[in-house]
Design a protein around this ligand. Structure first.
Ligand code: PNS
Length: 158
């Protein structure tokens, strides 16, 4: 069974990494779908977001990372995938997810979204908080995989 774990990943956090690892144990193949969304003010270009995810989970042989544009359901169809995986940290996340779930199902009836509860040790982490910390030059090592930490450490040096 192929599952898609979609998101902005701007940048990938330790919470995302944990969800990808858990998904890779459950499904035959996991495609991490990086949304290339021009409307969102992204900190990182989608190709860099993709690279950082690949480096963070390079040991997982059944995980592929792909950038996608447009509707998630079209990306699902193109990759012959019917399962979406999303992480839930709290009830705010659940409320955000519900219209997406109903919308995706209305557009593609075969699709099913599976929710994994975020590991509680990562439940306070979000890409938005990471971006804010980066803007203040704070230490993000507790929040992000090593590849992301090194990426920003090197950028700050130049
Ligand atoms: O990491 P995010 O930003 O919470 O991920 C949101 C994402 C990428 C899963 C969602 O915005 C999405 O699927 N966007 C693609 C466009 C789409 O299909 N929208 C309609 C949903 S009903």
């Amino acid at each position: 069974m192929i599952a898609v774990f979609p998101g902005s990943f701007d940048p990938i956090t330790k919470g995302h990494e944990d969800l990808i690892r858990r998904s890779s144990d459950i499904f035959d193949e996991v495609i991490v779908g990086v949304l290339n969304n021009n409307k969102k003010n992204a900190l990182l270009h989608s190709s860099d977001r993709k690279k950082l995810i690949e480096q963070s989970v390079k040991d997982l042989k059944n995980v592929r990372v792909m950038v996608f544009d447009g509707l998630l359901v079209d990306f699902m169809r193109a990759n012959n995938a019917k399962v979406i995986v999303r992480g839930i940290r709290n009830t705010t996340d659940l409320e955000y997810e519900m219209p997406l779930d109903y919308g995706n199902k209305a557009l593609y009836a075969d699709v099913e979204t599976i929710y994994l509860l975020t590991n509680p040790i990562y439940s306070y982490i979000s890409s938005s908080v990471v971006k804010e910390l980066i803007s203040y030059g704070a230490d993000i090592s507790k929040f992000v995989p090593e590849a992301v930490y090194n990426y920003f450490k090197n950028i700050n040096r130049t």
